[in-house]
Write a protein that binds this ligand. Structure first.
Ligand SMILES: Cc1cc2nc3c(=O)[nH]c(=O)nc-3n(C[C@H](O)[C@H](O)[C@H](O)COP(=O)(O)O)c2cc1C
Length: 301
């Protein structure tokens, strides 16, 4: 019997647990529609900032074989582009608006545009590791992150905080739940470096970049497990999911939904059908009747 893949992510109902991660084909309206049509349960936009950003000069992505290092520099068309970005999506599409900025006012402004355009949830990118003043600098300052969170939560939409690998993420989780955040997206890329040993220079124009893909999967899994174990909150488990096995592991660790990013670097977006099929077959083999019974399963062992 084919298993039902629908799931709940906090207050959102998803047709399946796969979520397009921010930064992948999420700044172009045709590609965003294609992602929805390919079968994602929800799509996250590229992080939008108050003004458009050009980003860094190439090279901006390095394929390391075991993951990717990128420093795109938050290139995006700006929050005013949102109505156009959403214009080709069907009414029923579940849209998570990712926003970034330097101040609580920046985030509030972007979130207000999101509310006007009826997005389903707002994801706060507090953790981009390669743009000074717009990313890790924020998430490492728990007090400042809370100021931003308060501004956005007050607008009444479900808010997800995108976490990075910091020493203080459990503190930020606890304190942002007190402020009314619905859940967390775990995790952003991890700051790293690649050097060209012929020239001796760093490969990325920005020098440092964010590591994604298989290399970070065990870290993401650990963070999801730790947060779910302590708080039982909605989590979009993101990081190195490159097949159905990692997706199942994310659910078992406690994620209610699974973010897909680097998997798309060298695949057509339609290939997420393989992940969905793999999850379904695993459910049949193991006798899970729904996704909800898989969420946090590793904590019951
Ligand atoms: C090229 C690239 C661009 C990204 N852009 C964003 C972004 O705009 N906002 C954001 O919150 N995360 C961004 N991310 C991080 C991803 O959403 C995701 O958290 C991270 O890549 C880990 O997932 P993965 O291993 O499946 O790629 C980006 C990642 C990459 C590789």
């Amino acid at each position: 019997m084919a298993r039902d893949l629908s799931t709940r992510l906090g207050s959102l109902s998803l047709r399946n647990p796969l979520v397009l991660a921010s930064g992948f084909i999420g700044s172009d309206e045709s590609l965003l529609r294609r992602a929805w049509e390919a079968g994602f349960g929800a799509v996250t936009t590229k992080s939008l900032t108050p003004k458009p950003r050009k980003g860094y000069d190439p090279p901006i992505v390095v394929d390391l074989g075991y993951g990717y290092l990128n420093a795109v520099g938050l290139a995006n068309p700006g929050i005013e582009y949102l109505p156009r970005l959403l214009s080709l999506l069907p009414q029923e599409a579940v849209v998570i608006l990712s926003i970034a900025g330097a101040t609580p006012q920046d985030f509030r402004h972007c979130a207000e545009v999101g509310v006007e355009n009826n997005v389903d949830a707002i994801e706060l990118n507090l953790s981009c590791p390669h743009v000074k003043g717009l990313g890790m600098d924020i998430v490492e300052d728990v007090g400042y992150s809370l100021d931003i969170i308060e501004e956005v939560v007050s607008l009444g939409r479900p808010v997800y905080v995108k976490l990075g690998l910091t020493d203080t993420y459990m503190e930020l989780v606890a304190r942002s739940l007190d402020r009314g955040v619905e859940g967390f997206t775990v995790m952003n890329t991890v700051k790293g470096l690649a050097i060209d040993i012929e020239s001796g220079w760093p490969i990325l124009t920005n020098v440092y970049g964010g590591l994604s893909g298989p290399a970070i999967h065990p870290i993401a899994l650990r963070m999801v497990h730790e947060i779910y174990g302590e708080y039982r909150v909605p989590i979009i488990g993101t990081g190195g999911v490159t097949g159905w096995r990692e997706a199942v592991a994310m659910l078992y660790a406690g994620a209610s939904a699974v973010g897909i990013g680097s998997y798309l670097f060298n695949r057509r977006v339609e290939s997420i059908g393989d992940i969905l099929k793999g999850i379904q077959q695993h459910m049949e083999r193991k006798g899970f009747k729904d996704i909800a019974s898989m969420v946090g399963y590793s904590h019951h062992r």
